[in-house]
Ligand binder design. Structure first.
Ligand SMILES: [Zn+2]
Length: 467
């Protein structure tokens, strides 16, 4: 299995290769059943073959004080089997003799932030718990020394594959997985969280929201009033997602003094967030808008990123800039006090700074990832104003045209721009910014904006600012 470089995309692609009907001949099969009974958590692994070593690819170190996250949390209940660290990975192996075909593990959910991976668990103040499914992923390796030879980053590495079926059950009630609740919730897609608990959900035909009951009231209120309409608007404008219901899980990690913290990640059809700190108890307009903006950007990726993806990493401007502009428009609609011009002018400014004699496409080679967001949003403005229609209409058409293969290439984006604006000079200029940049980006953008009928004025340093 080749693991590609973009973390959330990696999860999607792994998922695609795992979501198959019948078992593939000769690919090792693993079933892991995870159950909660009161405060006891048990994971039971059943392997279809003997392997000296089973390796856990999700073995990152904790972010605060770096240590393997399973340390102190996972206890092997099966006699003769041990959990050890080899190189960058945790592995199961036998103390002596053969590895058994079934291994039981007791564990305590770990909420720590990890280095370059999702937190293994979100813990809610009412006792509900969401588990990152991929923490249970594993595959066979020939030896511990083979594990030690693997790099810490498996992106773009060929590693042995296994088909793992994950099953979750809770003695207290059904488990929520991939937008559905079931007594035994099963998936082969490790790129999501399974939710155990009775937290009352905010549910509409277009979304499910699990909000920690002890979240500060203003956060509850803001999310409850804005997120359903935001996701409803995306579903209406961009088309309802075919296979799952967008889900938001938000936990509260307590009001530690001197702390203001909001962390979050996006997975397939799922956004997970944790708010924390005494600084979050009082509402601020900035925190409210940033929280919504984060959700709006990440949720936009359910369509632009997950329903259709880019072809090469150098085309990330299509999905990142697109998600930025969709989010800016969505937040402005959900929160009337939000002025989109602040964010849009920052995008214009950054795009100017990052295209001076250098192209957007190669920005990642220079560590200038910001160029994909900023210039991608600027190109979105050109598509929006140049076509005289909303940006979501432009995106909807991109999605509909490319739903079959799930990829929007740069040529397809530019062709859609030509069709929508009937002005080929716009696409021609965008190609120049993508490939080489220009010597005077401010002047170049001002000219492009004029032809795209974007309303702006230039400031003292010649930078176009939206009116
Ligand atoms: Zn993004």
């Amino acid at each position: 299995m080749l693991r590609p470089a973009v973390p959330w995309l990696a999860l999607l692609i792994c998922a695609a290769s795992q979501v198959t009907g019948a078992a593939t001949p000769d690919v090792p099969q693993v079933r892991v059943e995870v159950s909660r009974r009161g405060d006891d958590w048990l994971a039971t692994y059943t392997f279809d073959r003997v392997s000296p070593v089973w390796m856990f690819p999700h073995s990152a170190l904790t972010a605060e004080t770096p240590r393997p996250w399973r340390e102190g949390s996972w206890t092997i209940a099966t006699r003769g089997v041990r959990l050890q660290r080899h190189g960058s990975y945790d592995v199961l192996s036998a103390n002596f003799g053969r590895m058994p075909l079934q291994v039981e593990v007791h564990f305590k959910p770990v909420r720590d932030r990890l280095q370059a991976d999702y937190p293994p668990a979100l813990i809610f103040t009412d006792g509900s718990v969401a588990l990152h499914v991929a923490q249970f992923d594993c595959f066979p390796m020939p030896s511990a020394s083979a594990v030690r030879k693997l790099p810490s980053d498996l992106n773009n590495q060929f590693v042995p594959a296994a088909e793992v079926t994950f099953a979750f059950r809770d003695s207290a009630g059904p488990v929520l997985l991939e937008g559905r609740r079931a007594a035994v919730a099963e998936t082969r897609d490790s790129g999501t969280y399974a939710f155990f608990g009775a937290t009352r959900a905010l549910e509409t035909p277009d979304m499910i929201g699990i909000l920690d009951p002890q979240l500060p009231g203003w956060i509850q209120e803001s999310l409850t009033s804005a997120v359903p309409s935001l996701l409803g608007r995306y579903a209406q404008d961009l088309g309802r997602l075919k296979d799952l219901k967008p889900t938001l899980m938000v936990s509260w990690a307590g009001a530690a003094p001197g702390v203001v913290s909001r962390g979050g990640s996006v997975l397939r059809g799922l956004i997970v967030m944790t708010y924390a700190g005494a600084g979050m108890l009082e509402e601020s307009e900035e925190q409210r808008q940033q929280g919504l903006w984060f959700i709006a950007h990440e949720a936009a990726h359910f369509w632009l990123g997950q329903t259709v993806a880019y072809e090469y990493a150098r085309d990330a401007w299509i999905t990142e800039g697109g998600a930025d502009l969709l989010a800016i428009r969505a937040v402005a609609e959900a929160d009337p006090s939000y002025d989109p011009r602040g964010e849009l002018n920052r995008e214009i400014e950054d795009c100017i700074r990052l295209t001076k004699r250098r192209g957007v496409a190669s920005a990642r080679d220079r560590g200038e990832h910001r160029a994909y967001y900023a210039c991608g949003a600027v190109f979105g403005l050109v598509a929006e104003s140049g076509s005289g229609r909303s940006f979501s209409k432009f995106v909807r058409e991109l999605i509909d045209r490319n739903r079959a293969d799930g990829v929007v290439t740069r040529a397809e984006w530019l062709a859609a721009l030509d069709d929508a604006t009937r002005n080929p000079t716009l696409g021609r200029d965008i190609v120049r910014l993508l490939d080489k940049g220009v010597s005077d980006p401010a002047d170049f953008l001002a000219d492009l904006f004029t032809r795209a009928r974007i309303s702006f004025e230039t400031d003292a340093s010649g930078i176009p600012r939206l009116r």
